[in-house]
Design a protein around this ligand. Structure first.
Ligand SMILES: O=C(O)C(=O)Cc1ccccc1
Length: 314
């Protein structure tokens, strides 16, 4: 296989769900992919310029946001989201060849996988403990390298992607152990700040809003900016800013593109009521949905209203 020269970082090692997601991104597929042990390390490679972009998990349909990624976007040097991809995730319990399911006591996996497989583990292996690792593939490596009887409590099994079992020589003890067979994870391509790609009609925008002085109704003021312009939110998450107890910001995703008038007006409103607004980007939606535009909020409606005001002002 010929590999391009542009380097992209991802949450590794090989055979993570993130690697599978990266291979589905047109900008990344065919380029050089560098595995990193943590989300922080993958994003640090973008910040230092070592990588053009980093593919990292952002949100799971069952477990919610991946805070490690959210916090990188909220704090430190500004970054941009330039693409998203939705990936169905299937979890497998895997162990060294010869391991018997009944003998599994110590399992290792990523927190998102642990949350989705909790019911299966407590029902089928009530005496097992699940420990958390930096990725599902790192968990598979830890099991492959845990010699039974070795010092330091070896792991008996890992919960990871079917591909990780093949890659690291582990056998499957149980298939499809996640709670929701339809579970999806949303991954994003994080790059240095950049001009967004042109609107497609099926776009999403992400930003972080930092409250100006803690006061009653601060969140309502933020929400109003979107509501009055007919902008539909797809996710809102509060996270501590990291600068003192009780100081929070809101990471918000919504339908539309920064080039859309209603989105621009909502963002100008945020700019007026917030201490700071960090624009993360507008990018095509992975699900291709083209939501209906509410009456009175199309680009033409905003243009007409602006022309009317101009006329009144003479
Ligand atoms: O650990 C991985 O393989 C990842 O890519 C993170 C993750 C873990 C579980 C579900 C989705 C993403």
């Amino acid at each position: 296989m010929v590999v391009g020269t542009t380097r992209y970082a991802y949450l590794g090692p090989e055979a993570t769900f993130t690697e599978a997601a990266a291979l589905r991104l047109p900008a990344v597929a065919g380029e050089r992919l560098d595995p990193h042990p943590t989300v922080h390390a993958a994003i640090a490679a973008v910040r230092t310029g070592e990588a053009t972009g980093a593919v990292v998990p952002l949100e799971n349909s069952v477990e919610g946001s991946v805070n490690a990624t959210l916090d990188e976007l909220i704090r430190g040097e500004a970054l941009a989201i330039s693409a998203e991809v939705l990936l169905p995730v299937t979890f497998v319990l895997m162990a060294r060849p010869g391991t018997d399911l009944g003998s599994v006591r110590r399992i290792v996996t990523h927190p998102v996988a642990e949350a989705q497989c909790r019911t299966w583990v407590s029902t089928k292996l009530p005496d097992a403990v699940v420990e958390l690792g930096s990725s599902t593939a790192a968990a598979a490596v830890a099991v492959a390298e845990s010699a039974p009887g070795a010092d330091g409590h070896p792991y008996d099994a890992a919960i990871a992607a079917p591909l990780a079992g093949e890659r690291y020589g582990l056998d499957t003890l149980a298939h499809d152990i996640g709670e929701d067979a339809e579970a999806l994870t949303r991954f994003v391509l994080v790059s240095p700040p950049r001009t967004p790609t042109a609107p497609t009609g099926s776009d999403k925008t992400s930003l972080v809003a930092y409250i100006r002085d803690d006061h009653p109704g601060a969140l309502l003021e933020i929400l109003e900016q979107f509501a009055t312009r007919g902008v539909n939110l797809t996710r809102i998450e509060s996270r501590p800013t990291g600068n003192g107890m009780g100081r929070y910001c809101f990471a918000i995703d919504f339908e539309g593109h920064v080039a859309d008038a209603r989105v621009g007006e909502a963002m100008m409103g945020l700019r007026r009521v917030c201490a700071d607004v960090r624009f993360l980007g507008s990018y095509p939606r992975a699900d291709g949905v083209r939501p209906p535009i509410r009456q009175g909020t199309s680009n033409a409606d905003f243009r007409d209203a602006a022309a009317w005001l101009e006329q009144l002002r003479g």
